[in-house]
Design a protein around this ligand. Structure first.
Ligand SMILES: [Zn+2]
Length: 485
């Protein structure tokens, strides 16, 4: 009897090993096979200098007013006009506040137009960090193979590269078949209400529907994804939602010499501890699953074995991915305790405690679901939970099995031929989310290479872009236009 059980167990193990091996070996690359795009003849120094020139303007946006730094925006627009004369002579420019909408009329009026987005505004330099910059943030310095400065990466890099691409195409006598729109917001960093929202409204009022929209977003990562030695270019097909929940507890204020069993601070602390401990679940489904399915064949060793066999290893993989803040943010609706206020004197029990918990909502979850989760987890009627204004559900997921996704995928493979392409989820918010009524195919990809040490430059200190990489970015947009014929 014992022998039989042992045999059965051994047989089961052998079958599992065989299945794991079979899944690992039969896994074939999902990457599109393409010929690398022919190199573009670009004047390296002039191209780098034109980007550097745009970094000299302090186009810092302000949520409170659209007129803050108005002069800087106007001066940068005049600079761009002078730097890209063909573009400005051929394309129609419409101003929406300080935001710009360019139209490059296509030759075929029946072809569905397409749209590229970028933004003119930048985030400020955090006070006290100016001296840590190797090059001043607003001098537009070209040095050691890099263009340095605030906006070189986010997002003047994309904006000027798009203009450079259009200028290059015009110089070669090219005219697009489908009309190409360029939407350059002036307030993306503060929510896009005056820029992207208004441009989208304008396009909608004209009944214009784009074949696809491409905005900034995910990157060509190098050495960021563990287990993959080649660069991985991620195309953002969705972005997470945003929900801040205001929590408050009101009790009778009193003297601390005779405290009740439950105080405002105690109840609030318990609620916050529970929310941090019992997070919403990690899900290896939808876009996250497709991302790993696309990357697994490009991996080596155990990573490949494990990711090829999620039917068996999913629980282990989830545990592992949860440990890293980066992958955790992709796989779940995250919970962040961001604000707490209560009390102002050591011997007085406060009558009120307030806190804010910020959730970033994974596609698949909803803001309503977050509120439900908060109520169930806190499970105390004394803790009042209210959704803050400005919350938004995650974006729609743009299809991966579409001609539009394939166009972008193919173009990346042609220009960044060393990179594997996979779909991804954008963790932050971009202008693209305001365009959901203007296109069913909204994608988020910046043709920028980034290694682990580069991530802190984003909105941080020593922002820069490699000149070689910037030339690739220009080539990417040229190739994207040409492929869209
Ligand atoms: Zn940006």
């Amino acid at each position: 009897m014992l022998k039989r059980i042992l045999y059965a167990a051994l047989l089961a193990i052998a079958i599992i090993i065989a299945a794991v091996a079979w899944n690992t070996l039969r896994l074939t690359s999902r990457q599109i096979e393409v010929k690398p795009a022919p190199p573009l003849a670009l004047d390296r120094d002039a191209v780098a200098a034109r980007l550097a020139g745009a970094l000299k303007f302090r186009t810092i946006s302000d949520a409170a007013s659209g007129d803050t730094n108005a002069e800087e925006f106007t001066r940068m627009q005049a600079y761009l006009q002078q730097a890209f004369p063909r573009l400005h002579a051929t394309l129609k420019r419409e101003m929406v506040g300080h935001s710009m909408l360019f139209t490059w009329q296509g030759s075929d009026p029946q072809a569905r137009p397409v749209m590229w987005l970028a933004h003119q505004d930048v985030v400020p330099v955090a006070p006290g960090t100016e001296s840590s910059w190797q090059q001043p943030p607003f001098d537009g310095v070209v040095k050691d193979g890099f263009v340095w400065g605030r906006g070189s990466w986010d997002d003047k890099g994309s904006l000027v590269a798009q203009m450079e691409a259009v200028e290059t195409l015009l110089a070669s006598g090219y005219q697009p078949r489908a009309t190409l729109y360029l939407g350059f917001g002036a307030d993306e960093e503060v929510g896009g209400r005056r820029g992207a929202v208004e441009i989208a409204r304008l396009l909608k009022s004209r009944g214009i529907k784009m074949d696809y929209i491409l905005d900034e977003g995910m990157l060509v990562t190098q050495g960021i994804m563990s287990g993959v030695s080649k660069p991985v270019a991620l195309i953002g097909v969705a972005e997470k939602g945003y929900a801040s929940v205001n929590l408050s507890v009101e009790t009778a204020p009193g003297h601390s010499s005779m405290p009740p069993q439950k105080t405002a601070i105690g109840m609030m602390s318990a609620a916050l501890t529970d929310l941090e401990r019992k997070q919403m679940p990690v899900e290896l489904t939808g876009v996250a699953r497709e991302m790993f399915d696309s990357i697994a064949p490009e991996m080596q060793g155990m990573n490949r074995v494990v990711l090829s066999n999620l039917w068996l290893f999913a629980p282990v993989v989830k545990k592992q991915l949860e440990q890293s803040a980066g992958t955790n943010a992709v796989l779940r609706t995250t919970t962040a305790l961001t604000v707490i206020h209560a009390g102002n004197k050591d011997n007085v029990l406060p009558g009120r405690a307030d806190a804010v918990v910020n959730f970033r909502v994974r596609p698949g979850d909803t803001v309503g679901g977050v509120m439900e989760h908060v109520k169930q987890t806190v499970n105390n009627d004394a803790v009042h939970a209210e959704l803050d204004a400005g919350s938004s559900d995650p974006s729609r997921v743009s299809p991966v099995d579409s001609a539009q996704y394939t166009l972008i995928n193919r173009t990346i493979r042609e220009v960044f031929s060393d990179a594997a392409v996979a779909p991804g989820i954008v963790i932050g918010a971009t202008d693209a989310r305001h365009y959901k009524d203007v296109s069913d195919h909204v994608y988020r990809f910046s043709p920028v290479r980034a290694g682990p040490e580069d991530l802190s430059r984003f909105h941080g200190t020593n922002e820069r872009i490699g000149i070689n990489n910037y030339l690739e970015a220009v080539s990417f947009y040229v190739q994207l236009a040409r492929n869209g014929k």
